[in-house]
Design a protein. Structure first.
Length: 293
């Protein structure tokens, strides 16, 4: 395979390539209409149609513009496929790591017996998770910016701080639970973005979005605050009442502050998701990511 996989999933028709080459060489007669190839596109929203004139809305794309559009869709597909792979890998390793024991079922056991021995699988999980979020933070500056750019930036910074401090201070039990809860919805989210590349599968995209919305709201806006953050203050103590880790309680409070900041971001995104759910129920389908507004 000498071309990216996305080139096979979103191929460029030969007739379109030929027309684009002719256009670039100024070989098309002035009175000749540009060659048009029907592309699978998502239907423009009603708002977008209202703000455009009929002539502009129905203006045909030239062959070169159609090729550029395919290239953009192909780049989006490549990025989404890579993200899906990294998210799935992180979630699978996280589920395997936590399945090796039963302490994750009871919040009071997150701190019981502290400090805990960091197992080999836990180290692998932390390395993969930390690398994934470090990569996301780096690529955030090179991807098309959305309205929640600074929220994502803050989220990645807080996550990396929590992972680094929890690993250094041996709070790996609660750290692994936090990481998994924040990763479970991500593969579903990326899958929901992959499906609309084929407009004929838009109902499938709505199904993926529904699963993503449910998973996000349950893991990040219910389990995370009520079973993880709420366990830190009462259970993060030694038997004599001293705060963990002994002599370095400031690390504990740094993590707690980051967790509350993460929860504030989760509530904001949960609100946006609920808006998309309402829009889907009233209009019948998801038109686009609300963060693009």
């Amino acid at each position: 395979m000498d071309q990216p996989l996305a080139s096979y999933l979103i191929p460029t028709p030969a007739v379109l390539l030929k027309a684009a080459r002719l256009e670039s060489a100024n070989a098309l007669p002035k009175k000749q209409e540009p060659v048009q190839v029907k592309l699978r596109q998502r239907k423009p929203s009603t708002e977008a149609q209202t703000g455009q004139s009929d002539a502009h809305a129905h203006a045909p794309l030239s062959a070169s513009q159609q090729v550029d559009q395919l290239e953009k869709e192909r780049a989006k597909l490549q990025l989404a496929m890579w993200k899906c792979f990294t998210y799935v890998l992180t979630v699978v390793v996280g589920i395997y790591t936590l399945s090796q024991d039963t302490w994750w079922k009871e919040p009071e056991l997150y701190f019981k017996g502290y400090p805990h021995l960091t197992t080999r699988t836990m180290k692998v999980y932390y390395n993969i998770g930390f690398g994934n979020y470090a990569y996301q933070l780096y690529t955030l500056f090179y991807e098309p910016k959305q309205s929640d750019f600074w929220a994502m930036f803050t989220h990645h910074i807080c996550t990396l701080v929590v992972m680094g401090v929890s690993y250094s201070a041996s709070f790996t039990r609660i750290g692994a639970v936090i990481l998994l809860l924040h990763d479970l919805a991500d593969p579903i989210m990326v899958s929901a973005r992959l499906v609309p590349l084929d407009c004929e599968r838009m109902p499938m995209a709505d199904i993926f979005f529904g699963i993503f919305a449910f998973t996000f709201l349950v893991t990040r806006n219910f389990i995370f605050p009520y079973y993880v953050i709420s366990a830190c203050i009462p259970y993060g103590l030694y038997e004599d009442g001293a705060r963990m880790p002994r002599g370095y309680a400031e690390y504990f409070w740094i993590c707690v502050a980051c967790l509350w900041l993460l929860q504030a971001l989760n509530l904001n995104w949960g609100y946006l998701i609920c808006k998309m759910v309402v829009k889907t129920l009233t209009e019948g389908k998801v038109e686009k990511d609300i963060r693009d507004d």
